[in-house]
Write a protein that binds this ligand. Sequence first.
Ligand code: A2R
Length: 320
Amino acid sequence: MTKPDLLLPGPLMPMIMEQLDAAFTVHKLYEAEDRDALLSEVADKIVAIASGSHVNVDAGLMGRLPNLKIVSNFGVGYDTVDAKWAGEHGIYVTNTPDVLTEEVADTAMALLLMTAREFPASERYLRAGKWPERPYPLTKSTLRGRKLGIFGLGRIGKAIAKRAEGFGLEIAYHNRSKASDAAYPYHDTLEGLAAAVDTLMIVVPGGDATYHAVSTDVLEALGPDGILINIGRGTVVDEIALIKALRDGTIRSAGLDVFEDEPNVPQALIDIDRIVLLPHVGSASVHTRNAMGQLVVDNLLNWKASGKPLTPVSETPLRS
Ligand code: A2R
């Protein structure tokens, strides 16, 4: 049986690579000394790409591959793939929804608790041997009485809302449109949501539509008790505005799992001890990453067998 040709712009988990090697002729762009030469040599043969979040699959790359039919992306967010261009050119883009929802929602709640109650700083306090001198100071924030605004009440947003209800939080949200299956108060602007709550949880996708949506105005609306949690995409927050808001006391604190220029985190954020910074670990357990990896492979295998992938994104709906 012939193996279709697949381009790998960057390395993926070994369990993905092993399965891809068995079903496809894999061309590793990242190992080529001359990437341009490799691309020119294999361009006509490539029908599939498997990609991760740190490599751009843009119109420039896809446009060089005249027989490309599918881009299988690792991760539910696919802002590094130009899915609109792909859709317009008959190319499927797939992502890995659902299999990471609960893990990311767990991370979101952990990050919220860590931030409100300063658990990382208090643990550093113990390890530094300061406890015998005096107890760690009482935290200014608590989850008690907090109102949680969810920016992006989708699959992950709803899983967070379910958990937050268990913690006794009041919940409201902002999407582009009202969710038909949610009874929480809806705000038709992000600023309106921020003004109505004191805790803002970002769970929207990245990309142009949400770029710097969390601006100075939104942070001012959130207010001096405000806590910002971001487990969506770093580009959604204007990081410079956030740093200023934290320094000036415009909001109280922030818990961030994602950043504008990963893996580079501004020193100005690192210098603020009371905030919580995680290295984009929202879905990063062996269990969940394996499930995501398997879905990357299964999308490609299903497409190879039937011409249809399992989880195409909305810009590239299933065609017969
Ligand atoms: O806007 P809607 O009604 O399509 O609701 C979606 C909302 N959303 C937005 N809200 C306001 N302004 C926007 N420009 C905008 N774009 C999308 O975000 C929906 O409620 C939510 C996304 O939910 P799902 O598509 O179900 O994605 P999931 O699995 O919850 O993952 C969310 C994001 C990923 O894209 C990664 O960036 C991150 O979480 O891991």
